[in-house]
Design a protein around this ligand. Sequence first.
Ligand SMILES: Nc1ncnc2c1ncn2[C@@H]1O[C@H](COP(=O)(O)OP(=O)(O)O)[C@@H](O)[C@H]1O
Ligand SMILES: [Mg+2]
Length: 190
Amino acid sequence: MQLQGVRIPVSYDKAKVVALTGTPGVGKTSVAKILSKKGYKVLSFNEIAKNLGCIIDYEDDCYVVDIEKLKRKFNPEGFLIVDGHLSHHIADVAIVLRCNPLILKERLLSRGWNINKVMENVEAELIDTILIECLETCKEVYEIDTSDKSVEEVAKIVTSILKGNAKDYAPGKIDWISKLGDRIDEVIRR
Ligand SMILES: Nc1ncnc2c1ncn2[C@@H]1O[C@H](COP(=O)(O)OP(=O)(O)O)[C@@H](O)[C@H]1O
Ligand SMILES: [Mg+2]
């Protein structure tokens, strides 16, 4: 998606909560594990929702979270990274991991997910669904194309953004539809 007039990232240092977000399968939890090993305080969105009594259902292998209740109850102390595809709803800053939909499709199919659930997520990645939610909910948003990077490389980029080296990761540079060209058929074909 090409974004015009999007807010330019500014310093992150007033942020308390940074969301590590993105479509399921992009690598959030893998990166979160590395950040945790590096000494960052990292929690999973589902754990937070569970601990605060904000899970209202379990549907299609996913927790259904009462986000409004969670926003009211969530009041963390100190700097915190939250891993999860809904984490941007409770964060000041969002770091959105992106993944080429062709790669993501293979990854989600190999997780054994049914085709409807795979396609729902692949199409969401294709049309920037989570990025747009982040732009609506967070003060600062960054995005990282993880497609040709290792988990370690992505974790390194996240830490560099957290240290303020964020200018290369302003939102709006990733446009899967243009990048895929004719190969978009392979993405949307079931
Ligand atoms: N940068 C990457 N390169 C290759 N494989 C990756 C990368 N990031 C994640 N994976 C793999 O993709 C799968 C999904 O990763 P995971 O961290 O669980 O994603 P998420 O938490 O976003 O759903 C895992 O099998 C993981 O090993
Ligand atoms: Mg995960």
